[in-house]
Design a protein around this ligand. Structure first.
Ligand code: OGA
Ligand code: MN
Length: 291
């Protein structure tokens, strides 16, 4: 088996499908490095027909670095490991969570364009999302290339915003979708995610490429008046999510999609909640605070 990368959007060099690798088997560093380099290059990698249990997904994910634990680990969950985020509408007892309950209200935040865990002091670097069960239609995940978004800004805008700092807050982004963090977060969750500062422009140290980092968790830009901050965020987000920057992934069971949160934003799309959708995510922690 030899590993191959097929670009999925040839113009932009954003997102590629990877074939010729079985991620359920232990992998040598020499075999892993092309995957890391491919992720640096394409920002999003798609692997099909990967038969991964929690342990295999965790083992492969660790090649990228130390893993985060899920902020939802204190809740009843259908997964065994704290390192797995249970992105699902199926409760541990097998029933489907109602759309108006806490669980789905929290998960609705995934439908906003975002970078994972940017609300943590050390934000996520790589996310790895594995499809276990998917609805017959809907429930796609969309990605937007934040490197090309940066490249497309005028040099005036680039020099204005490079060096700016965003204040990121999970309570803020969840509130956008009607979730009341004050009432609904557990005390342990509140303590874990106070607002944090992150650079508004991120740089991949291996490639030197810069990228916008202005997803839904950004509540405001540090040092700007509210009106100016809101206007700048609206403008940047419009530019960051233009159709031509996007790659849409339609899920099949067994797909593993991995993305670099410094290079791409993503969002989930709605589906008919009478169908089960069961996804498992592992998340690789970054190197440190970015601002
Ligand atoms: C995530 C996420 C979107 C989806 O797992 O980080 O945002 O489509 N998921 O499930
Ligand atoms: Mn996400």
């Amino acid at each position: 088996m030899s590993i191959d990368f097929t670009p999925l959007n040839t113009d932009a060099g954003f997102a590629a499908e990877v074939t010729g690798v079985d991620l359920s088997r232990a992998m040598e560093t020499a075999a892993f490095l092309p995957i890391r380099d491919g992720l640096d290059k394409y920002g999003v990698l798609v692997f099909r027909e990967q038969d991964l249990d929690e342990e295999a997904q965790i083992a492969f994910s660790r090649h990228f670095g130390a893993l985060e634990v899920s902020i939802r680990r204190h809740r009843p969950r259908a997964v065994a490991h704290d390192e797995i985020s249970d992105i699902t509408n199926v409760a541990p007892d097998g029933s489907i969570y109602p759309l108006d309950g806490e669980h789905m209200s929290y998960n609705l935040g995934n439908q906003l364009w975002h970078a994972d865990s940017s609300f943590k002091r050390v934000p996520a670097l790589v996310s790895l999302l594995h499809a276990r069960e998917v609805p017959p239609k809907g429930g796609a995940t969309e990605f937007a290339d934040q490197r090309s978004a940066w490249d497309g800004l005028s040099s005036e805008t680039q020099s204005r915003i490079d060096g700016m700092v965003g204040m990121h807050s999970l309570a803020h982004s969840r509130a956008t979708m009607g979730y009341d963090a004050e009432a609904q977060f557990m005390d342990a969750e509140k303590e874990e995610v106070p607002p944090v500062r992150q650079a508004l422009v991120q740089t991949n140290p291996r490639t030197g490429r810069k990228a916008l980092y202005a997803g839904a968790h950004v509540a405001n830009i540090v040092g700007l008046e509210k009106a100016e901050s809101d206007a700048l965020l609206i403008d940047l987000r419009d530019r960051a999510t233009m159709e031509q920057l996007q790659h849409h992934h339609t899920w099949q069971p067994g797909d593993l999609v991995i993305w670099d949160n410094r290079a791409a934003m993503h969002r989930g799309r709605p589906w008919d909640n009478s169908y089960r959708r069961v996804m498992r995510r592992t998340t690789v922690a970054g190197d440190g605070p970015t601002a």
